[in-house]
Design a protein around this ligand. Structure first.
Ligand code: NAD
Length: 497
């Protein structure tokens, strides 16, 4: 049953929180704790244990005790477990939304409630897909033999997630692993530990076998590294930056991995595009979650002939963004989550200005706010290919604008980049749409839709040759990424069936 929202209590601290290992809320063996702070107010909102490698090993050992039990449950039983989790997340929606606004910085009304409401979907979808993950019977070349294939769990899984969507990112991995029968050891991002504990508390209500789901709080290079490198985990699900993804690929070499890494747009607008729709799409994905999304606009490539008209429209939408307190109902964009992201925005803007870009809107941190994390929605004109803001993911509320004169030039700008995750092309010409759709080196190309748009049955992930990741996430694709496809051979002659 839903608890009513008491507006007075929305900003109440989260308190002294614990890790979740083997079905118990526990302290770190280090005995140490860290304070956690709200990016919106700068106030201390709680404390969390400082996890160690030994804590991570305890969690792996707990997961190992449930390997057989989860593996040999009927898929329908695991599906029921996932449905119970979805119901528990539904029941805790208000608290999840409150914690995300407090701990991550998303506007409570427009985005916090939304993310809290989406998280259960991943568990329901995994529940629906696992009972339909069929095997095959393969004709053998020998008349006395038959093969069957089937999907089987791998065993304890390491899951490591970022802070930008602190419920949906773990939900994508945890749902698939539990449905598949892999006990989970999860390391959430330290800067959203409060969200992580709120999420884990909801999962606790789903009455899972003790040890099936474990959460270790601590620094990535310590507890994250341990769960990747430790032979006790059989596979790794990671969402985060390309730099960390590279380290994980090395430390966990030989384990199956699903790596969902960074993106860098682009958002391409051709001369014949519907400019109102394009401007809406650009602003939506540049400013949603203050631009802290792998699918964010990141860089706009626009035909030089229509640039001014398009920018006028993007500027008009940008001027209506209300940057402010995540709990204020009028707020449409909250603070950035942490200083590293704000500092990267500072660097990218300074580098662009130095190399000749012009600031049309924003350009820095908003003054007079409780913390330095409130970053103004920023539009940069005259961006060139060599600028950091074009080359790297900025991960903030920014619209860097580059121009092109031919489609070939646009394609070259799009592909001359380390990232290749998801992008947009706006045009009224079907042939142009196909031409770009087949040639841009990104996992997904959205035509006349913002780059933040994704439906979960669609395979999501980076394209080969770039640094946006390995493997595909979403619906049955995630299940297939975390399970072994196995075969059994039967001989009908020799064994005496
Ligand atoms: P990050 O790589 O800094 O951290 C991600 C997680 O990895 C955190 O939990 C962190 O504690 C952990 N970690 C850090 N060092 C580690 C190590 N040496 N070993 C093991 N774990 C370690 O990324 P971030 O700043 O939290 O997230 C932002 C990045 O995530 C962006 O690049 C964004 O594009 C990407 N992202 C990708 C997707 C996708 O689906 N492709 C979705 C969301 C975010």
């Amino acid at each position: 049953m839903n608890k009513p929202v008491d507006v007075k209590d929305l900003q109440a601290p989260l308190g002294d929180l614990s890790m979740y290992i083997n079905g118990e809320w526990v302290e770190s063996e280090s005995g140490k704790r860290n304070d956690i702070f709200s990016p919106g107010s700068g106030q201390k909102i709680g404390t969390v244990p400082t996890g160690t490698r030994e804590d991570a090993r305890r969690a792996i050992a707990a997961a190992a005790t449930k390997e057989d039990e989860l593996r040999f449950m009927a898929p329908a039983e695991r599906a029921a477990m996932c449905k119970r989790i979805a119901e528990a997340l539904d029941r805790n929606k208000d608290e999840l939304a409150r914690a995300i606004a407090l701990d991550q910085g998303k506007p409570y009304h427009s985005e916090g409630i939304w993310e809290a409401g989406v998280a259960p979907h991943f568990f329901r979808e995994a529940a629906e897909e696992i009972v339909r993950l069929y095997g095959e019977t393969i004709p053998s070349g020998d008349r006395n033999k038959r093969y069957i294939t089937f999907w089987q769990s791998r065993g304890p899984y390491a899951v490591i997630t970022p802070w930008n969507f602190p419920y949906n990112m773990p939900a994508e991995h945890v749902a698939a692993n539990l449905a598949a029968g892999n006990p989970v050891v999860w390391v959430p991002a330290p800067s959203t530990s409060g969200c992580a504990v709120t999420f884990a508390k909801a999962l606790e209500e789903a009455d899972l076998p003790k040890g099936a789901f474990n959460m270790v709080i601590g620094e990535g290079p310590v507890v994250g590294d341990e769960i990747v490198a430790n032979p006790g985990t059989r596979g790794v699900g990671f969402t985060g930056s390309p730099a960390t993804g590279q380290k994980i690929a090395e430390r966990g070499a030989g384990k199956p991995m699903l790596l969902e890494l960074g993106g860098n747009g682009p958002f391409i607008v051709l001369a014949d595009a519907n400019l109102d729709a394009a401007a809406e799409g650009i602003a939506f994905s540049a400013y949603l979650n203050a631009g802290q999304a792998c699918s964010a606009t990141e860089r706009v490539l626009v035909d030089a002939r229509i640039k001014d008209e398009l920018l006028e429209k993007v500027l008009a939408i940008t001027s209506k963004i209300v940057l402010g307190d995540p709990f204020d109902p009028k707020t449409t964009m909250g603070p950035l989550n942490n200083e590293q992201v704000a500092a990267k925005m500072d660097r990218h803007i300074a580098d662009a200005i130095e190399k000749g870009a012009r600031v049309l809107a924003g350009g820095g941190r908003k003054k007079g706010m409780p913390t330095g994390l409130y970053y103004e929605p920023t539009i940069l004109d005259g961006v060139t290919a060599d600028m950091q803001v074009n080359r790297e993911e900025s991960f903030g509320p920014i619209v860097p604008v580059l121009t092109f004169n031919t489609h070939e030039e646009a394609l070259a700008l799009a592909n001359d980049n380390d990232s290749g995750l998801i992008c947009s092309v706006y045009t009224k010409n079907l042939k142009s749409a196909y031409w770009f759709g087949e040639r841009i080196r990104c996992g997904i190309v959205n035509i006349n839709e913002t780059s933040d748009y994704w439906e979960t049955p669609v395979p999501y992930g980076g394209i080969a040759g770039k640094k946006s990741g390995i493997g595909r996430l979403g619906g049955t694709h995630t299940l297939r990424s975390v399970m072994d496809q196995r075969a059994i051979l039967f001989d009908f002659e020799k064994g005496g069936f």
